[in-house]
Design a protein around this ligand. Structure first.
Ligand SMILES: Nc1ncnc2c1ncn2[C@@H]1O[C@H](COP(=O)(O)OP(=O)(O)OP(=O)(O)O)[C@@H](O)[C@H]1O
Ligand SMILES: [Mg+2]
Length: 386
């Protein structure tokens, strides 16, 4: 089909146009099931296509994530599809506007003039104890190690567990700037943290009345000096209560990751939560099923302690992405309960690491898709030929 791409002469205008049309058709056919079945034009990952009279094809992408793995995956798919259709590899140039990716004019959280945050991702579940805080912590550790600027907002104001998971010491501090008092996040190993657990003495019971709760979350949205972040991960308390409602009002949440465990009781609670996010108009990035099975240390037998299929059932029922299942792994439990999720990420080996890496990449890609799709239409694709 593409013998004519062995260019010896300059291409005619009509040939350039034909090639441009073909490249567009190939990329239009590249739908991505993780991006709600949209193609890379629709989602805004391909910004520009340029066919030169030498035959050189230039595709410029703009994938709003600092994670190389995601950008490389999308670009490899485009490159392979073009080559499959007969275009020579050496005639394909895929470029990324790196500055655009890393320093995109970001959403500002709740009128917060000191913070510029690109992705705001909530981790939630209608049910307690299913691994929300664990997955928030491990994802943050992975994203940070992969080069992203990451903050964690522990919005579990009744039972904050982020300080324990990361072994945080000390209290939140504040600073006066421009006539306003700013909350300074606690910084540790490149991550930034804000947690109620770092505001009140350890072991003290925390009781919040409705208006106080909303006031506190308002402060978290408008008075925290996060600086520039690629990701703000929010760890929610269990249930479908006031916290989620306030957060959805106060933060421009990109999407929520819904965590469930396989058993029917959890599925029932999570079903209510899915409905809540839909009512609040917060996109759901997908459903992750934690504790899918447990592998016996001595005999290697896998047991489905909590039944199976809850997450997949919910995903199908509500037409949502089923992100993945995560087994019960001693490595996960140890790294969290010892207050050091970096240990698991740092070693870059083992099942737990590869699952967290896959999970983090998936939600980052879906989130990047939502951001790219909703950005200023002026930035959308332009086609050029010369
Ligand atoms: N995949 C896993 N394998 C092994 N242990 C896990 C896994 N996921 C979570 N855990 C452990 O399960 C316990 C509960 O997890 P976690 O605190 O993250 O749940 P949660 O949903 O945030 O709970 P809560 O509703 O109380 O906020 C923790 O001790 C954690 O270490
Ligand atoms: Mg928790």
């Amino acid at each position: 089909m593409f013998e004519s791409l062995r260019f010896k002469k300059k291409l005619e205008k009509s040939e350039i146009q034909a090639r441009l049309d073909l490249v567009c058709k190939i990329i239009t056919n590249l739908v991505d099931s993780e991006l709600r079945g949209l193609n890379y034009f629709q989602v805004g990952f391909v910004k520009n296509i340029d066919v030169r009279d030498s035959g050189q094809i230039e595709v410029s992408t703009d994938i709003p994530t600092p994670l190389h793995e995601i950008r490389e995956h999308v670009e490899d798919r485009i490159r392979s599809a073009l080559v499959r259709e007969g275009i020579r590899l050496k005639d394909i140039k895929i470029s990324t506007d790196k500055d655009a990716n890393l320093f995109r004019p970001a959403k500002r959280s709740g009128g917060n003039a000191n913070s510029s945050i690109t992705n705001i991702i909530a981790f939630s579940s209608g049910k307690g104890g299913v691994g929300k805080s664990s997955l928030t912590g491990l994802t943050a550790a992975y994203l940070s190690r992969a080069g992203a600027r990451v903050g964690i907002l522990d919005a579990d104001i009744y039972g904050p567990s982020v300080p324990r998971i990361f072994g945080l010491e000390g209290q939140l501090r504040s600073m006066e700037k421009d006539g306003k008092s700013w909350i300074l996040p606690i910084e540790k190993d490149g991550l930034k943290f804000v947690s109620v657990g770092s505001m009140v003495p350890k072991d003290s019971a925390i009781v919040w009345r409705g208006p106080m709760l909303h006031k506190l979350l308002t402060q978290f949205s408008s008075d925290v000096d996060w600086g520039d972040l690629d990701y703000l991960l929010i760890d929610l308390p269990p249930g479908t209560g006031d916290v989620a409602l306030s957060l959805a009002q106060l933060f421009p949440i990109t999407g929520s990751v819904v965590v469930t465990s396989p058993q029917a009781a959890s599925v029932e609670d999570v079903r209510k939560e899915v409905v809540m996010w839909k009512q609040l108009n917060v996109p759901i990035l997908g459903i992750v099923e934690n504790f899918v099975d447990f592998e016996c240390d001595s005999c290697g037998e896998k047991t489905k302690l909590f039944g199976s299929g809850g997450g997949q059932f919910l995903a199908q029922r509500f037409d949502l992405e089923f992100l993945m299942g995560i087994p019960m792994l001693p490595a996960i439990q140890k790294s969290l309960d010892l207050g050091n999720p970096y240990e698991l990420i740092k070693n870059k080996t083992g099942l737990a690491y590869s699952l967290i890496r896959e999970f983090s990449n998936k939600i980052s890609k879906i989130s990047a898709g939502l951001i790219a799709e909703n950005r200023d239409p002026k930035e959308f694709i332009t086609l050029e030929s010369n």
